[in-house]
Design a protein around this ligand. Structure first.
Ligand code: KDG
Length: 333
C-alpha cells in the first residue's frame, strides 16, 4: 500500500469511527411481572424488530417474565441504581418513588381506553414522564395494562354490599388500599408474583386485575367469580434506567424512544384484541362472570369519591387538577 493509499484508508477509518461509536453492542434486560403470553410480549417483540433494524443487530433485548428478576418495585430500584436496563411495570407499585403516579390509581378516573390514550399520549403523559426523570427513570412509552376487575372466591360482586369483608389482595399502594377499604373489603398489599399462591392457598379471597392478566397469570384457575368492576386503568410504563440512559449516545437514546413507541401500537392493539378472548377463556374454564347494573355502579362510584380528597396531598392537588382539566377538555365539558 502506498502512503497515499494508507492516508486515504486512515481517513476513511477516522470518518467511520464516530459513526460506528454512535451505536454500540448492547444487551438490554427487561423485567416483567406478567407471564410470557401477555400482550406485553407482543410489544417487546415489535420493539426488538425495530432495534434490530435500527442497530443492524447490535442490540440484544432479553425479556424476563413472571417476576424472574424480582418484583416491579425491586426491578425499578435496580434501574435507578443503574444495575438493570429496563422494566415494564404498572404505575401503581412504584408510587413510593414517584408519588404523582398515584393519580392513575384514583378510582374511575378514566371512562374508557380512548380517554386513557389521549391523556397518556398527550400533555399530561409528557408531564408525568418528565417528573420521573428526577427519580432516575426514563419513561420511554405508555403501554396498556387495561381496566381492572375484581375476581374472588366468595360471591359475585353485584353491588356495594357484596364487597363486604372479602380478603382482597391490592397492589403495594395506599390509594388502592384506601379504595378497597372504603368499599368494605379487607385489603392486603402484596407483590404481583405472590398473588397466585395466596389465592390458591386461601390466604386471600380476591384480587383485581385486567381480564388479560387474570387469564395469562391463570388467576381464573383459583377464582370462582369475576365481576366487571372496571374500577381503575393503571397503565404500563416502559422504563429505562436513567443512569444507563446517560451512557447511551443521542442516537441510541432516540432508537430506544422510537422503538418503544413502535412497540406501543402493537402492544395496545394486542391487549385490546386479547381482552375479549381472555374473558371467554376465563368463563369457559368455569369462572362465573357478571356485569354490574348502572344503578349499582353509580353507588360504588359514589362510595369511593372521598379517595380523591384523602390522597390529594400525596399525589399533588395540582396533578389531579391537571388531569381532570385535560379530561374535561376531551369530554367537551
Ligand atoms: O409486572 C406486572 C405488573 O406491573 C402489573 O401487572 C402490576 O397490575 C399489576 C399488579 O396487579 O400487580
Amino acid at each position: 500500500m502506498t502512503m497515499k493509499h494508507l492516508l486515504a484508508a486512515t481517513a476513511l477509518v477516522a470518518l467511520a469511527a464516530p459513526v460506528q461509536a454512535q451505536v454500540q453492542e448492547r444487551t438490554i434486560r427487561i423485567s416483567n411481572g406478567v407471564a410470557e403470553d401477555h400482550p406485553v410480549a407482543d410489544g417487546i417483540e415489535a420493539m426488538r424488530q425495530c432495534t434490530d433494524e435500527r442497530t443492524d443487530g447490535a442490540w440484544t433485548l432479553n425479556a424476563f417474565w413472571s417476576s424472574a428478576l424480582g418484583d416491579d418495585l425491586q426491578a425499578t430500584q435496580a434501574l435507578r441504581s443503574g444495575v438493570q436496563e429496563m422494566v415494564i411495570t404498572s404505575t401503581s407499585p412504584i408510587v413510593g418513588i414517584v408519588p404523582e403516579l398515584g393519580v392513575f390509581d384514583l378510582p374511575f378516573l378514566f371512562a374508557n381506553a380512548e380517554e386513557a390514550d389521549a391523556v397518556l399520549d398527550g400533555e399530561f403523559g409528557e408531564f408525568i414522564s418528565e417528573r420521573m426523570l428526577d427519580s432516575g427513570l426514563v419513561n420511554l412509552s405508555w403501554w396498556e395494562n387495561g381496566f381492572r376487575n375484581l375476581s374472588n372466591n366468595v360471591r359475585p360482586i353485584e353491588s356495594l354490599e357484596d364487597f363486604q369483608g372479602i380478603r382482597t389482595r391490592v397492589m403495594q399502594n395506599n390509594i388502592f388500599l384506601d379504595t378497597f377499604q372504603t368499599l368494605g373489603t379487607n385489603p392486603t398489599p402484596m407483590a404481583f408474583g405472590e398473588v397466585f399462591t395466596a389465592l390458591e392457598t386461601g390466604a386471600i379471597d380476591a384480587q383485581e386485575n385486567p381480564y388479560v392478566t387474570i387469564d395469562t397469570s391463570q388467576f381464573y384457575e383459583v377464582q370462582d367469580y369475576v365481576s366487571a368492576t372496571q374500577h381503575a386503568y393503571t397503565p404500563f410504563l416502559v422504563l429505562f434506567s436513567g443512569p444507563i440512559f446517560q451512557t447511551y449516545s443521542e442516537e441510541e437514546q432516540q432508537i430506544l424512544r422510537d422503538c418503544a413507541m413502535a412497540g406501543q401500537s402493537v402492544q395496545r392493539e394486542a391487549s385490546r384484541e386479547l381482552a375479549g378472548q381472555s374473558l371467554e377463556r376465563i368463563t369457559e374454564a368455569g369462572t362465573a362472570f357478571n356485569e354490574i347494573s348502572e344503578e349499582n355502579m353509580a353507588e360504588i362510584r359514589d362510595a369511593v369519591l372521598g379517595v380523591y380528597e384523602r390522597n390529594a396531598d400525596t399525589i399533588g392537588q395540582d396533578v389531579i387538577d391537571r388531569v381532570q382539566s385535560q379530561l374535561a377538555e376531551i369530554r367537551g365539558e
